[in-house]
Design a protein. Structure first.
Length: 199
């Protein structure tokens, strides 16, 4: 058997296995829970990529930001121009900037209340809870209450939760968990954040 014939036979086997898996898979008929975590960059960026995909299918999308505060970011500017995303920036910046735990807790709880309202409304196909894992890491929110709220979301609504140090309980509950791994970062070489790449 030639290399070409051997390759074709191998790919036919791969194709058959793949088609069998696809045929066996079932639609849960509900929105999924995705967690983007890890020390590497790209957690929020990946979530906004999913937002674009959902918008491509004319789905209704909402975003609640827990930490980023009043930063001017490229993604916020883009979605403001597009006008198709309900966006709530409710954080007050990084905890080392606010230096006020009670204020940080109040901001996180207000952001979560907004997220719960949106998840239960039945108006959204996808909601991004951006950097909620940071609020959970500092125990500004209770992970069990977050999971209860995810469980009681409208059946239509999928949710993406971003931020490093996702709680193990949340990762166990989620349908999909992606961990971004840092291999190399320009900041460690003294390069400041770049507009259009980092924000």
């Amino acid at each position: 058997m030639s290399d070409a014939e051997s390759h074709k036979a191998e790919m036919k086997q791969v194709q058959a296995k793949h088609r069998a898996k696809v045929a066996a898979a079932q639609d849960p008929e509900k929105g999924l829970i995705l967690v983007h975590t890890g020390n590497g960059k790209g957690k929020s960026s990946s979530a906004f990529g999913v937002v674009i995909r959902a918008l491509g299918w004319k789905q209704k999308v909402g975003v609640v930001q827990f930490i980023k505060g009043k930063w001017i970011t490229g993604e916020k500017r883009f979605f403001d121009q597009l006008g198709d995303v309900t966006w709530h920036t409710m954080g007050e910046g990084f905890t080392w900037d606010t230096q006020d735990k009670e204020r940080d807790i109040a901001a996180a709880q207000a952001a979560f209340a907004k997220g719960v309202q949106m998840m239960q409304s039945g108006e959204y196909d996808l909601i991004v809870l951006d950097e909620i894992n940071i609020a959970l890491r500092y125990d500004y929110l209770d992970v069990h209450k977050v999971i209860e709220s995810l469980e009681s979301r409208n059946k239509r609504t999928g949710v993406i939760l971003t931020g490093r140090n996702a709680k193990p309980e949340l990762m166990e509950y989620a349908d999909l968990v992606t961990e971004m791994t840092e291999v190399k970062h320009p900041y460690k070489a003294g390069i400041k954040a770049q507009r259009g790449v980092d924000f």
